[in-house]
Design a protein around this ligand. Structure first.
Ligand SMILES: Cc1cc2nc3c(=O)[nH]c(=O)nc-3n(C[C@H](O)[C@H](O)[C@H](O)COP(=O)(O)O)c2cc1C
Length: 183
């Protein structure tokens, strides 16, 4: 038995991992925002997309410097991620306010966030307008992970408590891992 919800009830596709996106303006001032509408689009080369509200400072920064990092965060970062997603860099220096420290990037101007589980260095290839959002398509130039948290091909979910966003102030972490048997 199903019940029908409003067609705009997008939370049906949550929880989703909650990342931090770091950008830089032309003068090198850093900004950070929370984003959970982030999706891999192609594997080799690794292309990913952001659904980015065009009202954000992050969008403005990407028009100035088309580079960013996507930072994978943990349950312990929920408060930080929430703040980065509730305040705008248009009115406050979030990098300073949230006392963030840079993790060096190799190929792009914006750094990663020190303490994140890992981060992807990205260069924007294309933006597509979708209503009030820019669908940002970007290429991965480098991927960095914390070696204590990542095994050969994926996160050790016992240690990497990857943060996911349910709605508003509600976040969840990974539960039980199920491996589907071969048939
Ligand atoms: C957990 C979480 C996830 C979010 N995901 C997105 C997202 O995918 N895209 C988006 O445009 N805004 C998203 N937001 C809202 C932005 O983070 C928010 O508008 C932020 O203030 C923008 O910051 P900026 O203006 O400094 O760029 C999210 C907020 C939270 C708390």
């Amino acid at each position: 038995m199903y019940v029908s919800l409003d067609p705009n009830e997008y939370h049906v596709l949550h929880p989703r991992p909650a990342y931090l996106i770091v950008t830089s303006d032309r003068e090198g001032r850093l900004n950070v925002m929370a984003a959970s509408w982030v999706m891999p689009v192609n594997d080799e080369p690794f292309i990913l997309s952001l659904a980015l509200d065009k009202e954000t400072k992050t969008y403005q920064n990407l028009l100035e410097v088309g580079e960013f990092t996507v930072n994978v965060m943990g349950e312990e970062h929920a408060g930080l991620v929430y703040q980065a997603g509730s305040l705008s860099g248009k009115s406050v220096d979030k990098w300073k306010l949230l006392r963030l420290e840079p993790a060096p990037s190799k190929f792009v101007k914006p750094p990663g966030v020190k303490g994140s589980y890992g981060f992807v260095e990205c260069r924007v290839e294309r933006m597509v307008d979708v209503e009030s959002v820019a669908l940002v398509l970007a290429r991965s130039l480098a991927v960095h992970v914390r070696q204590d948290l990542y095994e050969k091909y994926s996160w050790n979910l016992g240690r990497a408590r990857i943060l996911m966003h349910m709605r508003r102030r509600v976040f969840v972490g990974p539960g039980k891992v199920t491996v589907v048997p071969k048939t």
